[in-house]
Design a protein around this ligand. Sequence first.
Ligand code: TUI
Length: 308
Amino acid sequence: MKTRITELLGIEYPIIQGGMAWVAEYHLAAAVSEAGGLGIIGAGGAPASFVREQIRKTKELTNKPFGVNLMLMNPEADDIAKVIAEEGVAVVTTGAGNPGKYLSAWKDAGIKVAPVVASVALARMMERAGVDAVIAEGMESGGHIGQTTTMALVPQVVDAVSIPVIAAGGIADGRGFAAAVMLGAEAVQMGTRFVVAKESIVHENYKKKVLAAKDIDSEVTGMSHGHPVRQIRNQMTREYLKLEKEGASFEELEHLTLGALRKAVVEGDTVNGTLMAGQIAGMVKEEMSCAEIIREIMQTAQTLLKLQ
Ligand code: TUI
């Protein structure tokens, strides 16, 4: 299937793997790219040296295009932006902020840029600043989210900009892919489905929680201090939401989540860890390889889209 995104990125299928902190490391990124999608290394809160190492390891596993996600709240964001330009990856995606100050360096290095936007206003601003595409991510997503749903956000962003739009949030199968195309998207980005991919290094305990999750099993913490994060309900979210309701300070709440994503992904601590996952977790029931996931989605989507 050809779209402006497959042409822009030189990939076979318009399926992009979310740049999830801790989760999206080089094994997963290489597997998705090898399967014909776009694998992404998630810089998350990691230091710049780690990101450089991850890029080099990915290059050892695949000759196909892959990307890096720069999480803009990372204290080393400036250095990571430089590493991305120096290492010359195919594409950079960004999250949790406005990447404006890095765009000229990336464009000079010939890197395609696709920021995540959670609003029409930021999509417009990014188009004017010269990005190649935008990822319109709805609040069904796991992790740090905006306020608008994918169903409402994607068509409004598509109407507002001329550059291609990638839909994210609540998409995990061929039906979601086809729906995103109907809304005007030219690719999808998926996170939760790839958390439980065979090639994902996420701890087995975390994967089991995603596979067992029902539709209503996620909670959004941090709404009160402007950093909403969607994750699967557990002891940590119950405690967090109780403290948040009681008016706890940002620092107090931050203390509770310090290192909690690492705890979940690396140690498999499903009690105190942060089990980031989207609302679509209730539909993800099987651990499959990246190639199987992409093949299944494209087969279903093509059947559905031909019926239109
Ligand atoms: O970035 C994400 N999702 C993430 S980042 C992350 S790392 C983390 N770890 C622990 C606690 C908190 C975060 C986990 N998940 N998605 C992309 C995304 N970007 N969603 C929403 C946005 C966004 C929101 C507002 C992008 C831009 C924006 O505008 C800000 C501005 O300055 O205009």
